[in-house]
Design a protein around this ligand. Sequence first.
Ligand code: LLP
Length: 422
Amino acid sequence: MDHFLYRDGILHAEDVPLPEIAAEVGTPFYCYSVATLTRHFRLFDEALAGTDHLVCYAVKANSNLAVLKLMGDLGAGVDVVSGGEYRRAIAAGIPGERVVFSGVGKTREEMRLALQGGIRQFNVESEPEMAALNEVALSLGVVAPIAVRVNPDVDAQTHEKIATGKSENKFGIPIARAREVYAHAAALPGLDVVGIDVHIGSQLTSLEPFEAAYTKVGDLCRMLRADGHDIRRLDLGGGLGIPYEGRSNSRPPLPVEYGHMIQRVLGDLDCEIEIEPGRLIAGNAGILVTRVIYVKEGEGRTFLIVDAAMNDLVRPAMYSAHHDIVPVVEPTPDTVEGPYDIVGPVCETGDTFAKARPMPPLAEGDLVAFRSAGAYGAVMASEYNTRPLIPEVLVSGDHVAVIRGRPSFDDILNRDTIPEWL
Ligand code: LLP
């Protein structure tokens, strides 16, 4: 459930009609709902009630400082994957002790930043990384808490570009080598081994692969404890999928079902549980609002050319992802026209949001909204074709705030320098 509903025939973000925001900030823009973000965070938090746990929101899904501040105020920890994301978390007021640092390529500089600013744990993904972290920690006179990310060789049954838990993927250490790697970690004086980490992919629509991976993690935990390691934390990653197609009857499992499975599979280990959801918290808490520039009759098809493009929302071009697209003025029932090919102004055929999509009749100047755009939307945007990054707006009840403004063309041009010798 989200808080983008039609009221009096107009699509609202909570209590605010979207045309009002469009008039204020111009199009295209992203719009996020505080009530939806809050609700989704709580669903996870409640799903693990009764178990010692921390929900570490995956910053990569939507890293706007206002979103992070909201998460922090709700009690969330965060999962970061770069020095930049770490800085965002701290700037949003999240204490370092609630920050988990993941990623296969952490630099020594990033390690230093987190060790000095405070960190809950590094999720270490290789032996060379382990050696580097040990060195950096010793040079600072501190001990780095770590979990080792294991690769359980489980097929997440999702898009191949976002599956991370198969042995051929770059992530984690092969689970078969885990005992050896943990023994090595325990011998390094700059590291404190606190747990095990796993993340098998994103947009998973069934619990099965999770359960397969978590069962392997549970077995490994018992084995490592028998080897003398004090494993007290299990980081289970993110990945629970969201329904992108409102019309479809199939829906991914709910957080409560996910939580029950975790407790069933791992509850007897008496470990603190961490999870790192991103998409499920932010995805359906955001929409992208765009305006129809032209309706163009092509050869045997009609193009709806909108003012958002692949640089603003790259998921359809990059993963052939589906986003529901709805008019901001509520259509009268059963007035399906088209179908339309919905495209942006960028000079690539890949700049296509939807092909042959049935839609109600639309005309130049009409507003449409892309649903499920709150995660991996604004964060993946670029200024390709020198199109300024689009604004982000946050709504709570009848409050509206621009949480990232649209840069001016001067801002953009002034970032480049022409050398004087040219
Ligand atoms: N933890 C780790 C270590 C991750 O790599 C990810 C996502 C998450 C947590 C959060 O996963 P989530 O709950 O959001 O599924 N750009 C792609 C998604 C890439 C996900 C990368 N890792 C997309 O637009 O579909």
